[in-house]
Design a protein around this ligand. Structure first.
Ligand code: CA
Length: 365
């Protein structure tokens, strides 16, 4: 009797552990993976730097702490403008950056971020996620042993900080301005002298007068970086950045080594950061703009003279670059056709809605 009872309970025991086994087995086969992420941005910028932290936290939480990505600020492992190189050569497994910083290697990188008079955040997401942009850019990135994921957006940016008022194209002559790759190429056609400087290094250059003007992002970040203390004129719009996208760049070998589950979690975490960064900027910019104006900042719209000349110069740069760079031509042709279609649609509902709601008629008394 005792023996039969024992066997019976032992049998139940086997059945119970057989049911529980798959869940246990799955947990124990999830490998521990530790990555380093090099950001192009300083820690103080909780929006743009923070997007990498959103990714890191989500990945850690979704893998029960098994997949950890440690985030390093610009300059900690590599300088902010060398993140692509660090990812490509495997110094770090991944990096968070504005791909147009690598315009000097190949202007095609700019489509993974922003080009002058280009896409808004809505257009960019449509092109990337649905319109074939991600796939087209992944073909291009292969030569750099890198795979990329949209991972943040700032929305339309401000045109930046100027020590002196600029009214006409003539006022741009000889002006030294911190402005990134593609926009720099456009501005130099109009006599401006562009400088590429990482976020954390702009203020000292502007303060010392090494540069006369600088653009970064928009009110929330720009206030933190303190530009208003040394350059009072704040221009808009940043016509070179209608909706710049940040990207997570991952070393292709490291990506291929990841379990499929981790790949999927990382991709989702980047999409989350893409939404979160835009939301954070949009939520924080209005109050920052009010504080800046309260501190004596002189808000100015770029004149039509300047915008028209910059637009003309930008179209020339698109044509010239297409003529000498096959990568650029291939992506630009696809991108341009997609954007033209986008604008056809955005002229209808969104534009009419914005035109009316942003300037509603005053009620008659
Ligand atoms: Ca900018």
């Amino acid at each position: 009797m005792e023996r039969r009872k024992f066997l019976k309970s032992a049998g139940l025991g086997i059945a119970a552990s057989a049911v529980a086994a798959p869940a246990i087995a799955q947990t124990t086969t999830m490998p521990e993976v530790k990555w380093r992420l090099a950001s192009s941005f300083p820690k103080a910028l909780d929006t743009i730097f923070g997007a990498a932290e959103v990714v890191s936290k989500r990945v850690e939480a979704a893998t029960d702490g098994k997949f950890q990505i440690r985030v390093f600020a610009g300059g900690e492992i590599v300088p902010g403008l060398q993140v692509l190189d660090a990812v490509q050569n495997g110094t770090v497994e991944c990096g968070h950056t504005a791909p147009y910083y690598y315009f000097g290697k190949d202007p095609t990188f700019a489509f993974d971020c922003a080009v002058p008079f280009g896409m808004t955040v809505r257009n960019q997401n449509a092109w990337m996620y649905v319109g074939g942009g991600i796939e087209l850019m992944r073909d291009f990135y292969k030569a750099y042993n890198t795979v990329q994921f949209p991972c943040g957006n700032t929305g339309a940016q401000m045109g930046g900080w100027f020590r002196k008022e600029i009214k006409t194209v003539k006022d741009l002559q000889g002006l030294k301005m911190r402005i990134g790759g593609f926009a720099g190429a456009v501005m130099s056609k109009l006599g401006l002298v562009p400088q590429q400087i990482a976020g954390g290094d702009i203020y000292p250059a502007l303060e010392k007068g090494t540069i006369d003007a600088a653009e970064w992002v928009g009110p929330y970040d720009d206030e933190k970086l303190g530009f208003y203390k040394v350059a009072p004129y704040y221009y808009y719009p940043g016509w070179w950045e209608g909706g710049p996208q940040l990207s997570l760049l991952v070393n292709l070998n490291e990506w291929n080594k990841l379990p499929k589950t981790y790949q999927s979690i990382l991709e989702s975490a980047c999409a989350e950061a893409n939404v979160f960064m835009m939301a954070k900027y949009d939520a924080q910019n209005p109050a920052a703009l009010k504080r800046l104006v309260g501190n004596g900042v002189k808000l100015r719209r770029f004149s039509d003279d300047i915008l028209t000349a910059c637009h003309k110069a930008a179209m020339e740069v698109f044509e010239e670059t297409s003529a000498k760079n096959e990568n650029f031509k291939k992506v630009y042709t696809h991108w341009r056709a997609f954007l033209d279609e986008q604008r056809l649609w955005f002229r209808v509902a969104d534009k009419a809605y914005d035109d009316f709601t942003l300037n509603p008629p005053k009620a008659k008394k």
